[in-house]
Design a protein around this ligand. Structure first.
Ligand SMILES: [Zn+2]
Length: 260
């Protein structure tokens, strides 16, 4: 019968529609635990501007600052590093791009001149804990506070009055929603907005320049925060990938801004 022969076609169509819906939802939203912050005020000039609303501990920012058109916020983790941070800063300077550096406190203590250079060249700072303990979310409130406040203090000892606008947990492993104590709450209490990302090319695993480039292109969306590293080993692949990404970003009209 005709109606019977149509059944498989209909079920295939329904399956395709469901898959398309899933794809659209997955593509247009950040990772489930990454929620865009309240948009900042619009800015008319091209230079990234930083609005400073009170940090919201219930939001882990994955999006770039609000504004017209495509925007991207580059972030570099785990430095400062005496070899690679200067190379990344040189590259950003040549391309007139501002980024955000998530600093490990012990490194900030060892290389205060690099912290000063990051700030002097107009980049933003992010607290990435004192020792990069990836199990910090399971530790006591006192341990969390020591790691988070300690790193902020290490940065401030290098650059008094520096604004440390963001906090990023080691490996992005924030406290579970509703946890007490919570890293996010401690960060917000200390004036820092929890920060995650949309694009993670896993550059630290050295997957090859082309893979890093493709992952960023696939994941950044219209307004993503990009996670990269300026420390923790040889970062030549990261730099080479950035070199290839710059014309791509420019061709697509991306503006380089800070995280929301
Ligand atoms: Zn890290």
């Amino acid at each position: 019968m005709r109606s019977t022969s149509l059944t498989p076609i209909i079920s295939v169509a329904v399956t395709i529609a469901a898959l398309l819906t899933l794809f659209a939802v997955g593509f247009s939203h950040p990772k489930s635990d990454v929620v865009a912050a309240t948009p900042a005020a619009h800015t008319s000039d091209n230079a990234p501007r930083l609005d400073t609303p009170a940090p919201d501990p219930d939001v882990i920012v994955g999006s770039a600052q609000d504004g017209p058109g495509r925007r991207v916020a580059l972030t570099f983790d785990d430095g400062p590093d005496p070899i690679w941070t200067p190379k990344v800063l040189d590259f950003l300077g040549e391309h007139h791009v501002k980024a955000t550096f998530c600093l490990v406190g012990t490194n900030a203590r060892r290389y205060p001149d690099l912290v000063r250079r990051i700030v002097a060249e107009g980049h933003q700072l992010c607290d990435h804990t004192m020792t990069h303990d990836q199990n910090l979310r399971y530790k006591s409130a006192a341990a969390m506070r020591a790691e988070i406040v300690g790193a902020k203090q290490a940065i401030l000892d290098a650059v008094p009055n520096a604004q440390v606008r963001y906090y990023r947990a080691p490996e992005g492993a924030f406290s579970p929603k509703g946890a007490h104590p919570s890293m996010q709450q401690i960060a917000a209490d200390n004036g820092m907005q929890p920060l995650a990302w949309k694009a993670d090319p896993e550059d630290w695993t050295k997957p090859g320049v082309r893979v890093i480039v493709e992952r960023v292109q696939q994941q950044v969306g219209e307004d993503g925060v990009v996670l990269m590293h300026d420390a923790g080993g040889d970062r030549s692949q990261t730099l080479a990938a950035l070199d290839q990404l710059m014309p791509w970003f420019n061709d697509l009209g991306y503006r380089f801004v800070f995280p929301a």
